[in-house]
Design a protein around this ligand. Sequence first.
Ligand code: COS
Length: 392
Amino acid sequence: MIRYNVDESQQAMRDRVAEFAKKHIEPVSKELDHRDDPDRFAMDLYKKLGKAGFIGMRMPKEYGGGGVSALDHTTMIEEFCFYDPAICLLSAVAELATYPIYAFGSDEQKKKFVPKCASGEWIPAFVLTEPEAGSDAVNQKTTAVLDGDEFVINGEKIFIMHGDVADVFVLFLKYGGDQDEGKASRKISAILVETKQDGKYIPGLKTATLKKKMGMRAATTGRIWFDNVRVPKENLLGGVGKGFKIAMNTLDGARVGVAAQGLGIAMRALHESIEYAKKRICFGQPIGKFQAIQWMIADMSTQLEAARMLTYKAAMLEDKGEKFSLEASHAKLYCSEIAKFCVDRAMQIHAGYGYIGEFSMIEKLYRDQRIMEIYEGTSEVQRLVIASALLR
Ligand code: COS
C-alpha cells in the first residue's frame, strides 16, 4: 500500500533489492552506522553489491553494467533506501562517477574504465566540490597545466563521496581556453585520474576521511589534495572546456537519484509510523485511533505519493531521451523536503522511542535524510535551476 509501480519491472526490482537487503544489509546496517569509526570503508559489502549487479546498473551490458532503465534504477534506489539510505549511497556514488565516463569518454576510456567501475572492481569518485566551489561550481581553483604528454594538477577538493578510497577520479578543474577571457563555465575541463600505482597513491596525491559526519555513515566522504600530480594527457574527458557541461549533465541524472533516496526514506518513515501507531497503546487505545496521529500519517502518505509522481516523471523523461533538467530539480527539491517532513512526523509519532536509536530506525533516518537538501545541489540551487528554466 505504501509502494506504487508503473509497471511490473519495478516490482521485480523491489523484490530483488528486498532479497539482497534481508541477506546483506540488515545484518550490517547498525554496525556501519557506527559513530566513532567513520573511516572504515565497507569494502566487503561493496564487492557484494557489485557481484549482485547493484553497482553500475545503468551502464549498458556491453560495458559490464545492468542496462536497466532510469525508472527501474529509481526504484532500486527507493527500495534500497527503505532498508538503509547510507548503504544505498555505495551504489549511487559509483553510478554518479561512472556515468560521465560512459557518456563523454572516448572508446578507449570507456573500455578501460567503465567495466571496472561498473563491476565494483574499482571505486570511482565524482570530484567537483572545492572549499570555495560548492553551489558556485564554476569557481574552480584546482588547475591543470599541460607539460609535454602530461597534465600537472594542483589544488584541493572537499566533501567528495568516496574521495578517500577511490581508484579513479572524474576530476573537474580549470583548464583550457583563454583563462582570462570569456565565460567561466567554458574554462572547466574534466580529467580522469587513476589514483594508485602498485596499491599506493600516485606521487603528489593525498586524501583524508572527513570525521564526525552526521549521517550516511556507511559511505565515506573525503578531502583530496593535488600537489603537482601528473596524469597522461589522453585522460582528458570529453574535450577541452567541456567539464562544466559534463558535470551539469551528470547531476541531472544524479538529482533524480537523490529524489529516489528521499522516496525511500519517506516510505520507511511512513511504514514505521503506521506499524507503531497500530500497536502503541496510549490512554487505553492504539494511538492510531487518535485524529492527531491519523492526520500526520495522512499528510505523510499524500506527500510521498506526490513526490513519487515527480520522480517517476523525471525518470520516464530520461528513459525517453528527452530533456529532464527541470523535472530532476522539481523531484530533488520536493523529495528531499518531504523526506525531512516525513521523518520529522515519524519522530513525533514515536516520541522517545524515535529519538533513541536503539528502539527504532527513526533516529538514523533523521540523521541520514538531512544531507539530501544539501548534496547534488542544495534546495536553493534547485530553486535557481527551476526558476531560470521557467523565466528564460
Ligand atoms: N546539462 C548540460 N549543460 C548544462 C546544464 C545541464 N543540466 N545546465 C547548464 N548547462 C550549460 C549551459 O548550457 C551553459 O552552456 P554554455 O556555456 O554553452 O552557454 C553552461 O552550462 C553554463 O550554464 P549556466 O550559465 O546556466 O550555469 P551557471 O554558472 O549559472 O550555473 C548553477 C549555476 C548554480 C545552476 C550551477 O553552478 C549548479 O548547478 N551548481 C550546483 C553544483 C552542485 O550540484 N554541486 C553539488 C556537488 S556535486 S556532487
